[in-house]
Design a protein around this ligand. Structure first.
Ligand code: BEZ
Ligand code: FE
Length: 294
């Protein structure tokens, strides 16, 4: 029992957690009560450790207020906060524990758009042709290496200079987005351009927090994927460019060793013609290994 100087229903520094928790009655929602018991205990522990001044506590309140005020239909500053604190990756890790060898998940991010164009094998997702050509090839397989036919691969990425179409009105709608389906051999291939590293938004409270902590706001270059197939767990993931200078400092902690791929540069006009791209060009290969749905 904590050291009390009165009934537990009166608040003291020592009994703060117990006093607050004791006010909870028979919960209508048992899970909510469980979560809030933990939140209250941890929050009080932080306050006891940090001992904020009134000014510091008001700065925290102001930060949370401004984070909420920054949110609208297009901007979700709280998700960005969760991303930069590593919480999005932690929730993702807890919810996508998979056997070794299965493709790992990583953050979805805010730039996925429903309803990207359905494209045929080998098509390009670059509608403006800007950037260095890239050929992406791979297979979707199960844990035994058996090809998964009819898997749906939804992909999106930045332009060569690091902007998603939705961030830049001059890009055509759905530039660098597409949906592909694997054939009977589980294979897929498409053409694109090599993506660039890019900054996550830093014009709001989360950007101020990052800069205040001496942290960067850059994500290393990557291609996004959501891979789904009937009977399998959907994988939300990226692949990263192996020599990107920001692999070790991703602002949202999305990099996993298993998701880094070698992007190979080719200077070979004949092969470029075979792939239907300009020379020189890049290739990358990646397989997605799916696990059965729970
Ligand atoms: C992205 O990769 O698109 C992204 C992920 C988290 C925060 C911002 C952007
Ligand atoms: Fe991204």
């Amino acid at each position: 029992m904590p050291d009390t100087d009165g009934p537990i229903s009166y608040f003291t520094e020592d009994t703060s957690v117990e006093t607050v928790l004791a006010r909870m009655g028979e919960p209508e929602n048992a899970r909510l009560a469980e979560v809030m018991r933990s939140v209250i205990a941890h929050l009080h522990a932080v306050v006891k450790e940090v001992e904020p001044t009134y000014g510091e506590w008001m700065a925290a309140i102001r930060f949370l207020t401004e984070t909420g005020q920054m949110c609208d239909a297009k901007r979700q500053e709280y998700i960005l906060l969760s991303d930069v604190l590593g919480v999005s990756m932690l929730v993702d890790a807890i919810n996508t524990r998979r056997p070794s060898g299965a493709t790992e998940n990583t953050v979805l991010g805010p730039f996925h758009v429903e309803g990207a164009p359905d494209l045929a094998m080998g098509d390009t997702i670059s509608q403006d042709g800007q950037g260095e050509p890239l050929v992406v090839r791979g297979r979707v397989v199960d844990g035994d290496g058996t090809p998964v036919q009819g898997a749906v691969i939804d992909t999106w990425q930045t332009s060569h200079d690091g902007f998603y179409d939705v961030q830049q009105p001059e890009q055509p709608e759905n530039n660098l987005r597409g949906i592909f389906r694997t054939g009977a051999d589980g294979r897929f291939s498409y053409r694109s351009v090599k993506p660039s590293f890019y900054p996550i938004p830093d014009d709001g409270p989360v950007g101020q927090l990052l800069h205040g902590l001496g942290r960067g706001n850059i994500r290393p270059a990557h291609l996004h994927y959501i891979v789904s197939a009937p009977g399998f767990e959907t994988v939300t993931t990226h692949i990263f460019v192996h020599d990107d200078p920001y692999l070790d400092s991703d602002a949202v902690f999305g990099v996993k060793q298993s998701l880094i791929r070698e992007f190979v540069r080719h200077d070979d006009p004949d092969r470029a013609a075979e792939f239907g791209v300009a020379n020189p060009f890049w290739t990358v290969e990646t397989d997605f290994v799916l696990t059965p749905a729970a």
